[in-house]
Design a protein around this ligand. Sequence first.
Ligand code: ADP
Ligand code: MG
Length: 259
Amino acid sequence: MKKESVILQCSEVTVEFDGFKAVQGMNLKLEQGELRFLIGPNGAGKTTILDVICGKVKPAAGKVTFNGNIDITRRKEHQIAELGIGRKFQAPSIFPTMTVEENLEISMRQRRSVFATLFARMQGEERDRIEAQLEMIGLQDKASWRAGGLSHGEKQWLEIGMMLLQEPEILLLDEPVAGMTDKETDKTGELLKQIARKRSIVVVEHDMEFVRNFASKVTVMHEGKLLKEGSMDEIQRDDRVAEVYLGKRRDADVSRSTA
Ligand code: ADP
Ligand code: MG
């Protein structure tokens, strides 16, 4: 794997909803193995840009490329998922009446052909992958629990584990620590850092304490545009960023920790 190679690029992406520009000429370049934080006030267009990348929303203008030169701008959502871009939404999409382990099995098998899914038995190698995944998300002791009985944080980790078993190259996470305890938030940060050794991640985040603790590079959006990009220190020193956050108190204040 070439170091510093670009895995994802959004160029001049514009999204319109009934004539309203939710995203306006947004640019975003993600390197392989990067853990990127995307922040900005409510309505900045963060969720919408994730929707564009995963194919849920089609841009009115601009281009999204994956892995160098694969143009995914007009591809369907399932095709983009198959190429290796996984999306986690705010509400977890787990099967609550099944066990943790069964949830992981289902997710892993979704990647296989229908034939293999119908006729193959669980192979040793698959079992090992499930075990490794359980350990990574810290749920090895709860493998036989009903997923619906997990804590909010644990459900989020299970869903991240389910995504990982589909082997995405990029993970898109929208406010993954919302509603988590401080301890769960820290564990999630460590988990994301571990995942980013092999994969690339874009995290939309509100919790500034979390961003400060785990971000190396931060992208700030405002009114559908790129406002600033850099280290958390650079972001915090930026006057325009401060203005955007301090001028609009209904959202997170970049100088303090709020959710
Ligand atoms: P963020 O995630 O940064 O809070 P969003 O991407 O959700 O912001 O929204 C950006 C803007 O686009 C907001 O003004 C929002 O109201 C608007 N918007 C988002 N989705 C839709 C939609 N489906 N239809 C109309 N307007 C939308
Ligand atoms: Mg959002």
